[in-house]
Design a protein around this ligand. Structure first.
Ligand SMILES: Cc1ncc(COP(=O)(O)O)c(C=O)c1O
Length: 421
C-alpha cells in the first residue's frame, strides 16, 4: 500500500490496512508478505549513517529519510517486524503510535514505571488481572508509588473522586473487568482527571488495559484514554500460541518514554513473535466476530439453564441495566467472555469444568478455541478473601472465553457438563 496517498489511506478500514500497511514488498524481493527479519543487528552503509541513527534514537535530529534510511540499528531498539506490527496496531486503535512488548505484563509494568515517579499515586479499578495487581501491590509500593484500589463498575467514578488528590498521576482501568465483566465509565474518569490539578503540573493519565474487549469492539482513545495496554497473548495473537504485549499512546512524548524504558529493560518481542502477531492481525476482525456470535448464543442458552445462578455477558445487557449506557458508549460489540455463576460453590464449578469435553480447562482468553477456568482458585487465587468478596470473585464463578468452534458443539458441551453439576 506504499502508493496510497494519506487521504486515500484515511478512508480505508483497519481490516484492509492490516493486510499490507507499513510494508513495501519491493524492499524485500517483491515478497507479498513481510519476511521474518531474524537478525540482532543492522549494517550501516556509512559510519555517518550510524551516527545519525543513534542521534535520532536519542531524540536528537530528524527521522532518517530516503531509500535504505530506515534508521535500523539493533533488534532491542528496532526491527522491521516489530515496527510493522506496531504501525498496524496503531491503525486498529486509532492512535498515533504503538510499542510492542514480549508480554502483556512487560507492556503494563514498563508503561507504569515509565510514567510514574516516587510519591505519585494510582487509582486502580478492581477486579483486574491478578499479575497487574501483584505488580502494583508488591512492586510499585517498594518504589513509593501508592495504589488506591476501588471497585470497578458504575460507582467507580464517585469512588475515584474520594481518593483523587494532587498526588494522583493515573487512573488504571480494566474494562470489562477480569473476571466479572464489570464496566467502568472511561469518559467520567477522564472528566475527573481533567479537573484535578497535580502538584507538579504533569497531569493525570487515563490508562486502560483493553485486553478483555480487544481492539475490534472497543477503542478507549475515543473516550479519552491516554495509554491503552494489551496482553497481545489474547485476542490479538488469538491462537494460544504466542505471548506478547503492546502499549499505545497519542502523545508521542509518552510513547517515547515507554519505548526508551522498554529498550533499557529489554522487554521487546523477538522478530518471530512480532511476525506472528502481525499475521494474526489479518484475521482479528473475523475471529472477533465469529467468537462474539458464538458467545451470544452460548450466553442466551446459559441464562435460562436451571443450574445457572447468573450470567454476566455484555450482550445480555438491556436498556435500564446500570451498565447499559456505558456499554453503548464504549463498545461496538459484546466480545466473547462469559462470567458464569452456578448454583453452589467451588465443588459445583469444578464438576462443571472437569466434565467439559470440547472447551479446554485452561487460563487465558481470546483464542480460537474456547477456554474455561475458575478465577477464585486460579487466575485470581492470590487475592485476599476480602478482596475476592469485594470484587465479586466468588467460588461459584467460572470464566469462559468462547472460541470459533461450531456453536452447536459448544452448546452440546455446556449442556453435558452442566448435567454433572
Ligand atoms: C486483562 C489482562 N491483562 C494483562 C494480562 C497479562 O498478559 P500476559 O500474560 O501476556 O503477560 C492478562 C493475562 O491473562 C490479562 O488477562
Amino acid at each position: 500500500m506504499s502508493n496510497l496517498t494519506s487521504a486515500e489511506m484515511s478512508r480505508l478500514h483497519p481490516e484492509t490496512l492490516a493486510l499490507s500497511h507499513g510494508f513495501d514488498p519491493f524492499l524485500s524481493e517483491g515478497s507479498v508478505k513481510p519476511p521474518v527479519f531474524m537478525t540482532s543487528t543492522f549494517a550501516f552503509r556509512k559510519a555517518e549513517d550510524g551516527k545519525k541513527f543513534f542521534a535520532w534514537m536519542r531524540g536528537e535530529g530528524g527521522a532518517p529519510t530516503g531509500k535504505h534510511q530506515a534508521g535500523l540499528i539493533y533488534s532491542r531498539f528496532n526491527n522491521p517486524n516489530l515496527e510493522i506490527f506496531e504501525d498496524r496496531m496503531a491503525i486498529w486503535e486509532g492512535m498515533k503510535g504503538a510499542c510492542s512488548f514480549a508480554s502483556g505484563m512487560a507492556a503494563i509494568s514498563t508503561a507504569l514505571l515509565a510514567t510514574h515517579l516516587p510519591g505519585d499515586e494510582v487509582i486502580v479499578c478492581t477486579p483486574l488481572y491478578g499479575g497487574t495487581e501483584t505488580f502494583m501491590r508488591g512492586f510499585l509500593a517498594k518504589f513509593g508509588i501508592k495504589c488506591h484500589f476501588i471497585i470497578a463498575g458504575v460507582g467507580a467514578p464517585a469512588e475515584a473522586a474520594k481518593v483523587m488528590s494532587a498526588a494522583t498521576r493515573s487512573i488504571f482501568i480494566e474494562t470489562p473487568a477480569n473476571p466479572n465483566n464489570r464496566l467502568t465509565d472511561i469518559t467520567a474518569m477522564k472528566e475527573l482527571a481533567t479537573q484535578q490539578t497535580r502538584r507538579d503540573g504533569r497531569g493525570v493519565l487515563i490508562m486502560i488495559d483493553n485486553t478483555m474487549a480487544g481492539p475490534v469492539y472497543s477503542q478507549p482513545v475515543k473516550q479519552g484514554a491516554d495509554i491503552v495496554l494489551y496482553s497481545a497473548t489474547k485476542f490479538i495473537g488469538g491462537h494460544s500460541d504466542i505471548v506478547g504485549g503492546v502499549a499505545l499512546a497519542d502523545d508521542m512524548g509518552l510513547l517515547k518514554a515507554i519505548g526508551s524504558l522498554r529498550n533499557s529493560l529489554g522487554g521487546m518481542p523477538n522478530p518471530h513473535t512480532a511476525w506472528l502477531l502481525t499475521r494474526s492481525l489479518e484475521t482479528l476482525k473475523i475471529r472477533a466476530e465469529a467468537s462474539a456470535r458464538n458467545a451470544q448464543r452460548c450466553a442466551d442458552f446459559l441464562v435460562t439453564h436451571p443450574k445457572v445462578r447468573a450470567v454476566s455477558f455484555l450482550g445480555l445487557l438491556k436498556q435500564g441495566d446500570p451498565e447499559y449506557e456505558i456499554y453503548r458508549k464504549q463498545h461496538n460489540g459484546p466480545g466473547s467472555l462469559i462470567s458464569l455463576y452456578l448454583h453452589g460453590g467451588e465443588k459445583e464449578a469444578f464438576a462443571f469444568l472437569d466434565h467439559l469435553k470440547v472447551m479446554k480447562l485452561a487460563v487465558s482468553l481470546g483464542s480460537t478455541e474456547s477456554l474455561a477456568q475458575h478465577p477464585a482458585a486460579m487466575t485470581h487465587s492470590g487475592l485476599s478473601a476480602e478482596a475476592k468478596l469485594a470484587s465479586g470473585v466468588s467460588d461459584d464463578l467460572v470464566r469462559i472465553s468462547i472460541g470459533i468452534e461450531n456453536v452447536d458443539d459448544l452448546i452440546w458441551d455446556l449442556t453435558q457438563a452442566l448435567e454433572h453439576v
